[in-house]
Ligand binder design. Structure first.
Ligand code: FRU
Length: 513
């Protein structure tokens, strides 16, 4: 994939590179067609992976892979925004720019509370970014720090701090491991499909601990953007597990990019997968969720494990029909670990802060599909920014679901089939789909009814549909590009009678106003 991207860079028009980013910034209104209204997207230009997710001094920092000079991949730098509530973002200057021909690839950030680096001054704990310095020939790990709440950054004079002499050595995710009182880095050997673990006392000198992989889904093109963190097992006091997450640019079963995770243990040196090595667990079953990273330094009294992913796919990321920006980030999601008959699995839901965007509400309970549609129509309830909770009894129906972003000839389907028991998003008629041959499709995940019911939380944001079904057991994220008039909402059932147990729909306000 990187080979393909290098190709794009070579073709990059010189006049675009010459244009100042500020010139683009004036053209962004956040009212453009397809512009998500409460998902993060840069004012202008290209973004891919979220980087350096860290909480510090009342602010959630979102750094992101960014091209300051255009809307295709290239000149990779760290763009930067901050938010007090994970939804209303303020754009800041580029934090880590490309340096000559050395790009700043993905990585993470931590708050160095103990000043192990010695970068701290006057009691101010530095935020330290750990990222990949990438040239055509090499990928090594570098660090930079900030003493002013992330506003300005200084490169460490001793960079690079880690070099494995491997051209696919990238995407360092660092965390403080209290039991060994060391920093631990998870970093990929992308082409070998391995995560290497390292340890450091000061973020400057690193010692190799162990390697994990390849395991899980096979075949996949590569491993990128690892994460490693501990989660409590819900409802089992004292029980925890470690989650190792990796992303694959071309991952089965998608024609494209996906995120998988492993459940196991970490003893300070080695991660051990507790499932058979071939077990493949996916964080999201849609086509548009990649390079997820979790927040560092979330305060202990909050304690959530919050992740954000890039809502795109390397198959068609460069072809998406948006301007003057290209690429966006997912809703922040809270991850939990829950025991199911098949084993311990991640569940995820949008963070509760989304409720601050709620405006008007429509709700009903115990109604047939036809009655539900009549009542939605009577209330004139529709929209392109919705937070929907539907609890449906499929009954004798073979298939049941919701049509969102519905217009005269457009609809995005979010549904459930009884046999096979699965939830799906079908975007084949969702609007503009022809910009890439792999874009139209129906994306599904196995999920059984519980007590004869299927529960779906559906977030709709103009060109983003994020579905969390079965209490978050299954997530499906898909981008869609509907006509601005396609704001209808209705339900359907096929091959039998289904009932709506409960339906609650909120219109959401824009976070960019
Ligand atoms: C994943 C990725 C990373 C790399 C970055 C470059 O999407 O390929 O491995 O650091 O994008 O932009």
């Amino acid at each position: 994939m990187l080979g393909r991207m290098r190709g794009c860079l070579a073709l990059f028009p010189a006049f675009v590179i010459a244009m100042a980013p500020a010139a683009f910034a004036q053209t962004a209104t956040y009212k453009e067609p397809y512009r998500p209204q409460f998902h993060f997207s840069p004012a202008v230009n290209w973004t891919n992976d979220p980087n350096g997710l860290v909480y510090h001094d009342g602010e959630w920092h979102l750094f992101y892979q960014f091209n300051p000079f255009g809307d295709l991949w290239g000149h990779m730098s760290w763009g930067h925004a901050v938010s007090e509530d994970l939804f209303r973002w303020k754009h800041l200057d580029v934090a880590i720019p490309e340096d000559g021909d050395v790009m700043a690839f993905s990585g993470s950030a931590v708050v160095d509370r103990l000043n192990t680096t010695g970068f701290g001054r006057g009691g101010e704990a530095p935020i330290v970014a750990i990222y990949t310095s990438r040239t055509e020939a090499d990928q090594t790990q570098s660090i930079a720090y900030s003493l002013d709440r992330g506003r300005t950054w200084t490169q460490y004079g001793g960079n690079p701090v880690l070099d494995a002499e491997d051209p696919g050595f990238r995407d360092p995710k660092v965390f403080w491991h209290e039991p060994t009182r060391h920093w631990v880095m998870a970093v990929v050997l992308a082409n070998q499909r391995k995560v290497s673990l390292y340890r450091s006392p000061d973020l400057k000198t690193w010692a190799h601990l162990s390697d994990f992989g390849p395991e899980g889904a096979h075949p996949v093109s590569n491993w990128e953007c690892p994460d490693l963190f501990e989660l409590p097992v819900e409802g089992e006091p004292g029980e925890t597990r470690w989650i190792m997450q990796v992303d694959s640019g071309m991952g089965h079963p998608w024609l494209g990019s996906g995120c998988q995770y492993f459940v196991g243990s970490f003893d300070g040196t080695r991660f051990t997968n507790e499932n058979p090595p071939e077990t493949a667990l996916w964080l999201d079953w849609g086509r548009d969720f990649y390079a997820a990273q979790s927040y560092s330094d979330v305060p202990a009294d909050d304690g959530r494990r919050i992740v954000i992913g890039w809502i795109s796919n390397w198959m068609y990321a460069r072809d998406k029909p948006t301007s003057p920006w290209r690429g966006a980030q997912s809703l922040p999601r809270e991850l939990r670990l829950r025991r199911f008959p098949e084993g311990l699995r991640l569940v995820q839901l949008p963070v509760r802060e989304i409720e601050s965007l709620r405006e008007t509400r429509f709700s009903l309970s115990r109604a047939g599909i036809t009655e539900t549609n009549e009542r939605i129509a009577d209330a004139g309830f529709q929209g392109e920014k919705l937070d929907i909770l539907a609890v449906i009894e499929p009954g004798s129906a073979q298939e049941v679901g919701l049509r969102v972003l519905q217009g005269k000839e457009e609809e995005t389907l979010v549904g459930y089939t009884a046999s096979p028991a699965e939830v799906y998003v079908d975007r084949r008629k969702s609007g503009e789909v022809d910009f890439h041959a792999t874009f139209p499709g129906r994306h599904s995940a196995r999920l059984r009814e519980e007590d004869g019911r299927i529960e779906m939380r559906i977030i709709v944001d103009r060109s983003v549909v994020e579905v969390f079904a079965g209490g978050g057991r299954v997530a499906i994220t898909d981008r869609v590009f509907p006509h601005p008039d396609s704001t209808g909402l209705s339900l359907y059932s096929l091959g039998g009678e289904a009932h709506v147990d409960e339906l609650e729909v909120w219109k959401l306000r824009s976070a960019w106003e």
